[in-house]
Ligand binder design. Structure first.
Ligand code: BGC
Ligand code: CA
Length: 160
């Protein structure tokens, strides 16, 4: 299913083939491809299933540079589901790649919480990012977008 995007440009000197390392509609950054769905869609589970069906998963944000890249790409200031949840154990936030972002109230890895978050208002176990930072929200809230991530395709030279 790894369909490379091919754009053929026919010019006077012949045919040049430009290959993108990401599928159509995905944005490339630092060896990864990102698919950003603006609000609104459905639950965190729905968003995750959709990302997996596209060959990726909800995004794991590892550092400030990656967060900055994604933030610049957001068209909407609303929430976008990311691959972080504490549904298994309250207060222990685990990324979909099983790395721990936070446990026991302490950040173990890069985080970008909005002021006052995560606050578990009622029952909030799934994380969104917006232009303002990260927030824990009700996993079944249906007015968020989502961000998928997958490894970029290795560009190969097409045979003539
Ligand atoms: C959201 C919470 C958030 C709060 C911040 C609420 O509308 O559902 O997740 O923590 O706003 O004030
Ligand atoms: Ca919250």
């Amino acid at each position: 299913m790894n369909s490379l995007s091919l754009i053929c440009i026919i010019g006077l000197s012949g045919i040049a083939i430009v290959q993108s390392a990401c599928d159509w509609g995905w944005k490339e950054y630092n060896g990864k491809c990102y698919y950003i769905q603006a609000p609104s869609v459905q639950s965190w589970d729905y968003a995750r299933t959709t990302c997996q069906a596209k060959g990726g998963d909800l995004v794991v944000i590892n550092n400030q540079a990656e967060n900055d890249f994604l933030r610049r790409k957001l068209i909407s200031s609303g929430g976008h589901w990311i691959g972080l949840t504490d549904a298994e154990s309250e207060g222990t936030f685990v990324w979909v790649d099983t790395t721990f972002a936070r446990t026991g109230g302490k950040d173990l890895l890069y985080t970008n919480w909005q002021d006052g978050e995560p606050n578990q208002l009622g029952e909030e176990d799934c994380i969104t990012m917006s232009t303002g930072g990260w927030n824990d929200e009700d996993c079944s809230t249906s007015d968020n977008g989502y961000i998928c991530e997958k490894t970029s395709l290795t560009a190969s030279t097409p045979s003539a």
